[in-house]
Design a protein around this ligand. Sequence first.
Ligand code: AHR
Length: 502
Amino acid sequence: MAKLHINEKLRKDRIEPEVYGHFAEHLGRGIYEGIYVGEDSDIPNVNGMRTDVVEALKELKVPVLRWPGGCFADEYHWKDGIGPKESRKKMINTHWGGVVEDNSFGTHEFMELCEQIGCKTYVNGNLGSGTVQEMSEWVEYMTFDGVSPMADLRKKNGREKPWVVDYFAVGNENWGCGGNMNPDFYGNEYRRYQTYVRSYNPDHPIKKIACGANVDDYRWTEEVLRTTFNYAEFAHGFMDGLSLHYYVHPEGWEIKGSATDFNEEVWYKTLNKALYMDTLITRHGKIMDKYDPDKKVGMIVDEWGTWYTAEPGTNPGFLYQQNTVRDALVAGITLNIFNKHSDRVKMANLAQMINVLQAVILTEGPDMIKTPTYHVMHMYRHHQGADLLSSDLSGVEEVGLGEWKVPKITESVSIDKDDVITITLNNLSATDSEDVEVLLVEDGYKVVEAKIVSHEDMKAHNTFEDPDNVKEVDFTAYEYKNGNLVISMPPCSVVEVRIAKE
Ligand code: AHR
């Protein structure tokens, strides 16, 4: 039996709600169809945003949404997406499937979507192919409250008051699709561009995010920070975050692997690769510590998740994939890792929200299903804004096949403002259950809520014919033995148990 030791007296850093953030790019059916169907659609909508999807996202407590990309961001010219829809420019989305982008979803629509969901806004600017002026004018258009060319243009387009831009990224993947830059070149460009990302609203200063590394490119992190920190004293408002991108490709970048057809070895390989997130955060974090020992700059993992071979019969450029219990485990494991690094990780954005990669929602015409990943993020929502608690496991065996070994159980624990403790546990074993005994400093805690996402078939997923095959259900497999809570976790499971003093 494994033991989970919790010190409820030892509070660590707050788990920022933004760690449970999302990402929606102009890619495949992520925005068009997935969320935006237009006002004239037969699918019920409010100002073009489909009602079923918005309701599901509200239930998820989406804290922040990143848009418009991804690689699309560094080819996006925001002025193409404002004004009367019939006169907006059409373009080919060269990155993603070569389809026509009609720009009917632009800045106004993004802000409307965030208002409907009730989430913060994270806009990704174009450094790769855009000018400083273009970036600076976008910020002015969105946030300036007064008389100015861009504020006047916004008003002419029907929006009197400025919006709040919570986060603004100065480029995306500028080591690759965002301009193939060297890190010192990007660092200098970051310094220049961010100068003109002005915070016009003193009540809501914009948090600026610099482009960070791909996976284990530690040199990028080092060089970007050296360049950006070298000639200026660090001051608040210069850089608030540095991004990190990491995707789990079970069979590597070239082959990737099927979303639904995999064996036990690939199960463990996938989970092993998901656990690598911990190493990445630790090692990039150590470099950040050198330049920013007080941890003022957040690590922003603004793209994470599984990336499989696209579903057979779909446009490979649309990155549409199914989502199984394996994805539920990847989500559970990764979110626990983020929680554990709450001192440094200040935002994370699952890639991507709807119909793309590890989506929480899939749509087909008027129908919508929630994926296993949705249900995990829903269970974990109680960590948002709570304080991380000191916790660790003992007596956990290693499981796996061949070279792909993983710990059988992973966990994280937080305490909220009402002193309710949320424990989230994963059983990574494909075959075996495990009992976990919970040991706290004080006695007297009782279970106030317990939920589980699991299935006896590790490949189980939801379809439009069977939408509730894998879902969050009440969990009852726990009991008190010698005064201690013992949780019996089935194989392939993600469990949430909330406890509080009576
Ligand atoms: O999320 C899909 C793509 O992955 C994004 O556009 C890009 O930033 C990353 O390479």
